[in-house]
Ligand binder design. Structure first.
Ligand SMILES: [Ca+2]
Ligand SMILES: [Ca+2]
Length: 345
């Protein structure tokens, strides 16, 4: 079955590779601050993600709105825009409003240049390493331009930006992306078409981005334990921020061993003791009906270096599927995960 799934994944990845024209001019700040409006940013040659420069906005006191922006036309037949960029921060203060953060925002403009709809791509607080942010936003009807804003939203601190990108996605490409998303959400449908062999956990080392995983996040190519990338989950709020993957339990096994590497940065526990960084497993008969309690491989809190965790659990009766969950479960901070593996006996 693995061999048959691989062509599908290749097809998904190739969507990105042939639609690469960046609509943002000078998004890597290699031509100084050309094409960007606003005079609050400087070039950082000392600290950048790639090339010679990044853009840096610093404000020690006053908590004023400090932004640079750029407006461009949205090409015809654009159904959605994939926005991405690398951001690093130092001591960005939390203000009274949710939007008092370091920001990568966009605004859709109508033909007259009037603002129509705002979306947040990244909201950054505190001190963070270079982290890759990415979101795909549907283009509303009747808009013709897009404004990109990089800002300190009435808050103090330092924020650096590099490799800011906006890629136009056609309806056809969007359909393919959504099909791929649906396929991730319904692994039983895929298995139905190929039969027999169980679905295995794949991309546990996050070398293929977040392929095979469900949830809204990205990988870090700066901080990893194995290969070239690792999962990174970030939260500034006490919500559930997680990734999961459902796979099949093979025939004739009685126990499951789950292992993986985790690293944490300033994880603050929520209300309950399980409101932490976590690596969990859920057992079901069919993907939804539980056959036993969820089991914890580990909880992580505070700041920890890469640590290997492993645990073996007996499989509850009638378990046909398991779901691996990696999450900031109602906790704030940053959790990294890499090289997650599952074995059966
Ligand atoms: Ca650069
Ligand atoms: Ca890895």
């Amino acid at each position: 079955m693995m061999k048959k799934i691989i062509p599908l994944l290749v097809a998904i990845l190739s969507i990105n590779s042939f639609a690469q024209k960046n609509l943002v001019l000078n998004g890597g700040f290699e031509m100084e601050l050309n094409n960007w409006r606003g005079d609050v940013a400087k070039l950082s040659t000392f600290d950048k993600k790639s090339g010679k420069n990044s853009a840096i906005i610093t404000q020690y006191v006053g908590a004023e709105w400090q932004a640079i922006d750029q407006v461009f036309n949205i090409p015809k037949n654009t159904a959605a825009i994939e926005l991405s960029g690398w951001i690093k921060s130092d001591a960005i203060e939390k203000g009274q409003n949710d939007w008092n953060t370091g920001k990568f925002d966009i605004e859709f403009l109508n033909a007259g240049g009037k603002g129509f709809q705002n979306e947040n791509i990244a909201a950054v607080l505190g001190t963070t390493p270079w982290i890759f942010y990415q979101k795909t936003i549907k283009v509303p009807a009747s808009v013709s331009k897009l404004r990109i804003m990089l800002a300190l939203g009435q808050t103090n601190g330092t924020i650096l930006f590099d490799e800011i990108k906006a890629i136009a996605i056609t309806q056809e490409e969007l359909n393919k992306i959504q099909e791929a998303e649906n396929a991730k959400r319904m692994p039983t449908v895929i298995s139905g078409s190929y039969q027999a062999k169980p679905i295995e956990l794949t991309n546990g080392n996050f070398e293929n981005g977040v392929t095979s995983w469900r949830g809204n996040t990205t990988v870090s190519t700066e901080i990893f334990k194995e290969g070239k990338s690792a999962l990174v989950l970030k939260s500034t709020t006490f919500d559930w921020n997680g990734m999961d993957q459902i796979a099949d339990v093979p025939e004739n096994v009685t126990s499951i061993t789950i292992s993986g590497w985790l690293k944490s940065d300033n994880i603050v526990q929520g209300k309950d003791s399980w409101n932490n960084g976590l690596l969990n497993v859920e057992f079901t008969s069919n993907g939804t009906d539980k056959t036993g309690n969820d089991q914890s491989v580990t909880f992580v809190t505070g700041t920890t270096d890469w640590t290997f965790y492993t645990k073996t659990f007996p499989l509850p009766k009638d378990t046909k599927k398991y779901r691996i969950m990696i999450a900031l479960g109602f906790a704030s901070g940053i959790l990294y995960a890499d090289d997650v593996k599952v074995n059966f006996d």
